[in-house]
Each structure stands twice: as structure tokens, then as C-alpha cells.
Ligand binder design. Sequence first.
Ligand code: COA
Ligand code: ZN
Length: 315
Amino acid sequence: MKVPKRVTICEVGTRDGFQIEPDFIPTALKVEVVNRLSDTGMPTIEVTSFVSPRAVPQLRDAEEVMARIRRRPGTVYSALVPNDKGAVRAVDAGVDEIHTVVSASESHNLANVNMTIAESLDKLRAVVEVCRRAGKPVVAGVSTSFGCPFEGEVPLKNLESVVSRLVELGVKGIALADTTGMANPAQVARTLESLTPKFPTIEWTLHTHDTRAMAIPNILAAMERGVTRFDASIGGLGGCPFAPGASGNVCTEDLVHCLHAMGVETGIDLDRLIETAKRVQEIVGRPLPGQIIKAGKADRRYPVPDLVHRRLTAG
Ligand code: COA
Ligand code: ZN
């Protein structure tokens, strides 16, 4: 299998994950999780989002979280914004990189941000302008890139049209998001084969949800097509409050475990990451979907049972 030497993980658990938690997570605990993630050597952390506090009350403390986290040199601290108001807040809060969002399907865009795709793209033009003046790179996320919970499979030409308008706006990167886990590896491969040669300057990210257990297979398919940036969430937290049936992102420690086993570097300390996932589990007060926190790493060894030991050492 053709694999890259190194990939870049963007941890989105404190944004995509925490945003659906019904009970407010105290700011100090959000800060603790971000700090622990930084200590793993995480290259990028999407810390929070600067959205309407009425739309996502959980993340209403975005400014305070940004102000209180400890910044590790080498980690990029990003945040999600849906409009220029969010971009101004994020820039003022000292975010390093701005992540924006628009959907490839009209109905999901309306459900998510109460705008048509055209209205969102207008807002994103203003976002890019705010960021350009502040010297902050913009990565545009495209929700429902592979399928929409309301409209079904999203035609590639619709996705391509949204992508090309984002490229015209001057974004540095595009994150193709499988918001509700509808993508399959063959579709991911087809989509990337069609899109990436048309937009050679773009840094591509794949943002997966493991709703139907296809997240890691989709990531492997994308890796074979040259993608080296992946969003993931600690413990597999997450889901989109504006997409029915959405569940968590690909689990960061499961993905990192898989990549390291394949000899792909991430720069992340997996043991610390597993400890962080256990702590997040305590904070949200329920077991998380990640497998490695339950099974341990593949190099875990159990004591040899007595009977087996006797047979092995006999004679
Ligand atoms: N941050 C804080 N407040 C914001 C804001 C932002 N980025 N954008 C808008 N608001 C405020 C407005 O100031 C206004 O406040 P007021 O009623 O006190 O005057 C209110 O929100 C409504 O503004 P409006 O522009 O009419 O927005 P809306 O109600 O149509 O909502 C969004 C549009 C985009 C702001 C809202 O849907 C949103 O924040 N969505 C986030 C979705 C999300 O995070 N999804 C998950 C990620 S994929
Ligand atoms: Zn998501």
C-alpha cells in the first residue's frame, strides 16, 4: 500500500465534539482538554467556534477558552466561524487559523447556518477579507461533501462548484467533510481523483465522521490519493446538531494508533493521547466510542495462562 511518511492531524473534539454536549462543560475543563491535547504534540487543534451563542450555547465561552489555553509552540490553534462577525471575534481572540463552513447541499446549509449556499459564500468573502487583513490563513470546510441527510448523495458537480467558488475567494485549504458518515472509500477516491488535479494549489483535508464505521477506510482511500491532512476527535466525540443522525468524528487515538502501526508518523505521543481520551470520558460522564481506550494498543500483551505455560515449557 502506498502511504505517506507523515500526516497532519487536526484535533476537532473540543469544537465538533463538545458542541453537541447538552450540559455546559465548564470553561476550565475545556481549557484543560486543549492543554492536554497540546502536550501530546498535536499539530493543529480546532479549539472552539465563534458562532451565535443561541445556535451553539455550549461554545459561548469561545473568547475565554482562547484566552486561557497554554500555547505550545508548534501547535496551530484554529477556530470555526460561519460569518465575518465570527471572524472578527476569532482574530481578536488570537486564533492562528480560521476554519469556515459551507455545505455542498442547500438544505443542510440552511439547517446549519440559516443561509443559502450563495448567501454563505457571500459571508465567506467577508470572512476571507477580515482574515487577509489580519494575516490569518483560511481553511474552508465543505459540509455534506459526499452526502446529505436530507438530499442523499451530493452530485460531484455541486461539490465542485462550491469548491471552485471557495478557491476563487482565496482560501488556503479545503476540508471535505463527510458530515453524517455517508461516504465510502470508492466514492472518496473518485471524488479526490476528480477534484485535486483541478485545484493544485489547495491543501486538502478529509473531515470524517464514523457514523457508519467507514471513517478509517475513507481516510486510507484519501491517503492513497495523496491527502495528508485529517480531522479527528478525541475519543470519537461529536456530531452535528443540525444534521439528523450525525455521530462522532473518527476517533483521534484510534486513527493515530492505526497510522503508527502502518509506519506513518504524526508527531503525536499516543500514550498521552490515550490518557487524554480517558480524561475526556470522565468529563462527559459516559463511555466514548473509541476502541483503543478499551482494547489497549496492539502491542499489549497478556500473561500466558498457566496451562499454556506448562505445555510450552514441558520437555
Ligand atoms: N458570533 C456571535 N453572534 C453572532 C454571530 C457570531 N459569529 N453571528 C451572528 N450573531 C448574532 C447576531 O449578532 C444576532 O444577534 P442579536 O439577535 O442579539 O442581534 C443573532 O446572532 C442573529 O444574527 P443573524 O445574522 O440573523 O443570524 P441567524 O440567526 O440567521 O444565524 C448563524 C446565523 C450563522 C449566526 C447561526 O446559524 C450560527 O451561528 N450557526 C452555527 C452553526 C454551527 O456552528 N454548526 C456546527 C458546525 S458545522
Ligand atoms: Zn464534523
